[in-house]
Design a protein around this ligand. Structure first.
Ligand SMILES: Nc1ncnc2c1ncn2[C@@H]1O[C@H](COP(=O)(O)OP(=O)(O)OP(=O)(O)O)[C@@H](O)[C@H]1O
Length: 248
């Protein structure tokens, strides 16, 4: 089995609200998976469980055959997470933030400065390296948090609406950095409402609704963006006003 992530019978409830309902999902090493769905579908919840930020109510997540519930610390080392929360320290400079996280991930002291400078350059923040993260704009913070997520060269990148706050230039640059990680067989999972970009970048498209995976196809099995959009609407519009899909 060449799955890097193996999810079985996964459910999550918050009080009486069921966010995930008995999900099974296999993700292969090196796949780039886009996850769509209306607000409240359970997308962030499944990513948070994969990142070991929260525990499931039932079921299991195995990453490289390691049980996420039993060994969360091992899983965290394999994962880079980009989300709405930037996980940055406002009082530290951009460089200090990355050095801090680099040490946490066990990057050796003798080459940490070089790695930090190289990743800062890739997100166009090298010139601002010695300024406090707290003084950065939202988009700059997002770029720094992308750098933080990539610094330890994770095997798996989990992205929850990574385009948030990025201007067009930064979004294009982010995609360049993101696709360059493909050389090393990185597995990427991205929640997004941006159907056009995802269709261009990803290998596999999932649609979640009401805590379930309602659509799961390889891009090669989908005729076109329009075909996918139609399928999305036919799945979600019965129950919602189909918020959460866009062309931007
Ligand atoms: N900490 C929490 N406490 C209570 N309910 C929660 C919590 N986190 C999520 N939920 C609920 O679980 C359901 C799924 O939420 P989730 O954030 O996974 O949706 P989503 O698909 O990521 O939505 P969006 O597109 O709006 O980000 C929602 O009904 C939400 O209200």
């Amino acid at each position: 089995m060449d799955s890097i992530i193996s999810i079985t019978g996964l459910s999550k409830s918050f009080g009486r609200r069921q966010a995930l309902n008995n999900i099974d999902l296999e993700i292969k090493k090196g796949e780039f998976v886009a996850v769509f769905g209306p607000n409240g579908a359970g997308k962030t919840t499944i990513l948070k469980i994969m990142s070991t930020i929260i525990n499931p109510s039932r079921g299991s997540v195995l990453v490289n055959e390691i049980d996420a519930k039993k060994h969360p610390e091992k899983i965290r080392g394999m994962i880079g997470a980009i989300s709405h929360e930037t996980y940055l320290y406002d009082e530290l400079t951009a460089r200090e933030n990355l050095v801090f996280f680099g040490r946490m991930y066990g990057i050796e002291n003798n080459n940490i400065d070089e790695k930090v400078d190289s990743i800062l350059k890739s997100v166009n923040l090298l010139q601002r390296a010695d300024e406090r993260a707290g003084s950065f704009s939202r988009g700059m913070k997002q770029r720094l948090s992308i750098a933080r997520a990539l610094l330890h060269k994770p095997e798996i990148l989990l992205m929850d609406e990574p385009y948030t706050g990025l201007d067009q230039h930064a979004a294009a640059n982010f995609e360049r950095v993101l696709m360059s990680t493909g050389d090393s067989d990185v597995t990427r999972i991205m929640i997004t409402h941006n159907i056009e970009r995802a269709f261009e970048l990803c290998d596999r498209m999932l649609i979640m609704d009401k805590g379930e995976i309602r659509f799961d196809k390889l891009k090669t099995e989908i005729e076109s963006v329009d075909d996918f959009r139609e399928q999305y609407l036919s799945i979600v519009e019965k129950d919602t006003d189909a918020e959460g899909i866009s062309n931007v």
